[in-house]
Design a binder for this molecule. Structure first.
Ligand code: UD1
Ligand code: UDP
Length: 375
């Protein structure tokens, strides 16, 4: 009898990081693997599903405009019941730290399935930063039966919370599996989005790529970020800033209000994954509050300024590939100026070294589940 897997995700980054696991399980005849999307994100999720050719078996279609955490959490738990009743999986897989992750792991636990947490053990130990992600992943960590930790550091966080060592596997981050697969595919396929980006990128200027969305940065944080970007653009006429703006209205609002109409700043819609990867390769540096982008950039040799005060990804800071700048305008501007002018520092930061994995995380997860299934 085949082992029944249900892989559950809802947002863009979860989809990117779970896509290679879907592929790895579907290619293995010992498993019957189905995909359930909560669609906590809609358009940004669909971009990923389409690139990775994933057709969900269950689509809860839950996203609402400017949704709140209370109703989203309740909706996910409630709607997961019929999916779990219908498929009766042996294992469910959740990823990272979103509301989908936390709520789906609670639902999976209620169903009696074994709960597997991919990208387990990241911690800031500050429950308000990132908000609500730190608590989402801690709750998921309490529930999970198996923990797939991307690094030794994330494993040791779990050990210090008394998780049994036998239930933890250090795998590397599945984002590297996705990145390696995609950067290879991007060179082989015709991609209209990349072709039209070529008309936007000014090859005479150094490109700064920007993304941002964190809830704890909403409000004054985003105003500071935008003021900093404006100053960087005005002071450096040899720089072009391209910013694919997250669809959250709390982000889109201030970004378009403060940054529209500046010659060397281009505000664009979120890009599909291959186009975003291509744009990263074209950039001089990246300014972001994204978790995933911090993990990808070192593979591409791009220095990153991280607009956060805390990090659950100390490996990149230790490796010297990222610098935490928070949302302080002066700090963002001065660190950016530094990288634009200090060539030696720039070269040191862009030296290729990725602490997050070798692209074989999903193979390791599948092997582990085979060894731990006495079904
Ligand atoms: C969510 C996750 C965050 C993750 C991020 C990745 C939570 C609480 N937050 O934050 O951990 O890092 O995704 O991007 O789980 N929207 C659209 N279309 C989309 C996506 C979003 O219109 O495809 C708009 C909607 O108005 C939606 C709003 O953005 O209500 C917020 O979406 P939500 O998933 O609640 O929060 P994010 O900030 O995207
Ligand atoms: N990304 C993308 N298109 C974009 C911006 C980002 O495909 O326009 C990808 C990026 O390569 C990374 C992921 O989305 O893999 C990060 O998502 P996000 O920043 O929304 O979430 P986080 O990683 O912070 O949870």
């Amino acid at each position: 009898m085949k082992i029944k897997n249900l892989i559950i995700f809802g947002t863009r980054p979860e989809a990117i990081k779970m896509a290679p696991l879907v592929k790895e399980f579907k290619n293995n005849a010992d498993f019957e693997t189905k995909v359930c999307v909560t669609a906590q994100h809609r358009e940004m999720l669909d971009q990923v599903l389409s690139f990775f050719d994933i057709e969900p078996d269950y689509d809860l279609n839950l996203m609402k405009p400017n949704q709140n955490l209370y109703s989203l959490t309740a909706d996910i738990i409630t709607e997961m019941k019929s999916v779990l009743d219908d498929f009766q999986p042996d294992f469910i897989y959740v990823h990272g730290d979103t509301t989908t992750t936390m709520a789906a792991s609670i639902a999976g636990f209620y169903s009696g399935a074994k709960v597997c947490h991919v990208e387990a053990g990241l911690r800031t130990h500050n429950k308000r930063s990132p908000f609500p992600e730190e608590i989402n992943r801690q709750v998921t960590g309490r529930i999970a039966d198996y923990h797939f930790a991307p690094t030794e550091q994330s494993k040791s966080n779990l050990i210090s919370e008394s998780v049994a060592e036998k239930d933890i596997l250090v795998t590397g981050n599945t984002v590297i599996d996705a990145l390696l697969d995609s950067s290879e595919r991007v060179t082989k396929i015709e991609n209209d989005e990349i072709e039209s980006l070529k008309n936007i990128v000014d090859t005479n200027k150094r490109l700064i790529l920007v993304t941002g969305h964190r809830r704890e940065n909403h409000g004054q944080g985003f105003i500071n970020i935008c003021e900093a970007l404006k100053e960087i653009a005005v002071v450096n006429s040899d720089v072009q800033i391209i910013y694919p703006v997250h669809l959250n209205p709390n982000v889109k609002g201030p970004v378009y209000e403060i940054l529209s109409g500046i010659d060397n700043i281009k505000l664009i819609d979120p890009l599909a994954y291959p186009a975003f990867v291509w744009l990263m390769t074209q950039s001089y540096m990246i300014i972001t509050d994204s978790g995933g982008v911090q993990e990808e950039a070192p593979s591409l040799g791009k220095p990153v300024l991280v607009m956060r005060d805390t990090t659950e990804r100390p490996e990149a800071v230790d490796a010297g590939t990222v610098i935490l700048v928070g949302t302080n305008k002066n700090k963002i501007v001065s660190e950016a100026q530094n990288l634009l002018t200090d060539t030696q520092r720039y070269q040191m930061m862009s030296a290729l070294h990725n602490p997050y994995g070798d692209g074989k995380a999903c193979q390791r997860i599948v092997q582990f589940i085979k060894q731990n299934s006495n079904i």
